[in-house]
Design a protein around this ligand. Structure first.
Ligand code: ZN
Length: 156
């Protein structure tokens, strides 16, 4: 697999110096996701306050792409609203399904555009998506718990 050298450096830098790695003691939701085809595994803790992402911490093992990707997610989505983070996640998923035809918007995806080349390698796409899928799962669970509060007549 060959990626652009600069992008390779971004990925390796996140892999060697991961951001927000180490699970926080307190969190709203914890999810555990695995990618059996590669042996990647991550646990992600998400805390949301007033619909803004207050913290994403994680721990995991696996290939450099999966671990770099969750490091990028944990930094990029911090302080974003759930809606903003959802839109960014959708853009990244679209990029991964582009088969190498898209470069990604660096203003939105920041370091995650370094993963663009991965979309040419179907076997590795799940590695790059692992952290994003874990985030989306955690965010969905938070939204569901908020909805059930609303249904019981809680504050809007
Ligand atoms: Zn992997």
């Amino acid at each position: 697999m060959e990626l652009d050298t600069l992008y390779q450096e971004v990925i390796l830098d996140h892999y060697k110096h991961p951001l927000n790695k180490g699970l926080s003691g307190t969190y709203d939701v914890q999810v555990h996701h695995i990618n059996p085809s590669c042996g990647d595994e991550i646990t992600l803790n998400l805390t949301v306050r007033e619909s803004k992402i207050q913290s994403i911490t994680w721990d995991g093992v696996g290939c450099s792409i999966s671990q770099a990707s969750v490091s990028i997610v944990s930094d990029l989505l911090l302080d974003k609203s759930l809606d903003e983070a959802g839109a960014i996640t959708e853009q990244f998923i679209e990029l991964m399904h582009s088969k190498g035809t898209k470069e990604g918007d660096p203003l939105v995806l920041e370091d995650a555009v370094a993963m663009a080349g991965v979309s040419k390698f179907p076997a590795r796409i799940k590695c790059a998506l692992l952290g994003w899928m874990a985030y989306r799962d955690a965010a969905d669970r938070i939204k569901q718990s908020q909805d059930s509060v609303d249904e019981r007549g809680g504050s809007q």
